[in-house]
Design a protein around this ligand. Structure first.
Ligand code: BTN
Length: 245
């Protein structure tokens, strides 16, 4: 039987990059954990600053899943693990795949498809998860980041390997749910999206900011926005902010 494993790296460019480059050698459900990243990747080509003390991990998926299912696995697993470590802190999912506490981001997810060389069909994916674990408030202020961490919220430092073991268990559990009962995972992810029903501004991947009512989430994970003129627009990615009246 292929054993899922956790590979711990002192430092790498990006755990997503490492997992994609070594995809063929890695077993399904492996987790790559790095103590530090030199070229951490964020969504929409942004950088993900990655000093020591936080979680930088990538989970290997070798079964055929839709891209949005990777989002659900990553977001629900990060949320469950954060709740386990800080039960008194209110966490929620900000569409499509950020984890927030109150109005501040604490974790982000970047899923990337793997395509074998000379073959344009994907044979799997990696789910990259960054969780701010031990950075202090001064780190976010110094880097002008609107972020927080478990340490900043609770005053408690946590061991990254212990946290990664819990995260890995949650990822394996939710991966199985995604394969066996995908509707169940979708419902759990949707329930935690707290901006449904709110007036929002959204900057889509391509295009200009639009404003409207976040009406619902489609089965494919899309955001259904009611525009001021009453038309509905379906969006698959974007940066959402709450529109204050
Ligand atoms: C985002 O919110 O923009 C997504 C951030 C994802 C960061 C993680 S850290 C581990 C993995 N490796 C990377 O280079 N990025 C993801």
């Amino acid at each position: 039987m292929n054993q899922s494993q956790i590979i711990i790296l002192e430092k790498t460019e990006s755990t997503n990059q490492y997992a994609l480059a070594n995809f063929a050698k890695l077993t399904d459900s492996s987790l790559i954990l790095a103590k530090e990243q030199s070229e951490g990747r964020g969504r929409r080509g942004r950088k993900w600053l990655s000093p020591q003390g936080n979680i930088y991990a990538s989970f290997v998926i070798k079964k055929p899943l839709h891209p949005e299912q990777c989002t659900y696995i990553g977001a629900v697993s990060a949320l469950e693990t954060l709740r386990q470590y800080a039960p008194d802190v209110p966490f929620w999912i900000k569409w499509p795949n950020d984890i927030f506490t109150k109005s501040t981001k604490i974790a982000g997810i970047l899923s990337e498809r793997h395509c074998p060389e000379n073959y344009n069909k994907s044979d799997g994916a990696v789910i990259g998860i960054g969780v701010n674990l031990n950075s202090g408030q001064d780190y976010f202020e110094y880097n002008r980041l609107h972020g927080t961490s478990i340490f900043a919220e609770t005053g408690k430092e946590n061991d990254i390997v212990t946290f990664a073991i819990s995260l890995h268990s949650a990822l394996i559990r939710n991966y199985k749910i995604a394969v066996d009962t995908p509707d169940l995972l979708f419902k759990t992810w949707k329930k935690e999206n707290l901006l449904i029903g709110k007036n929002i501004d959204i900057i889509p991947e391509s295009g200009f900011q639009v404003t409207g009512l976040f009406k619902d989430i489609g089965k494919d994970g899309s955001l259904l926005l009611i525009l001021p003129d009453g038309h509905t627009r379906k969006l698959y990615s974007g940066d959402v902010s709450v529109k204050l009246k």
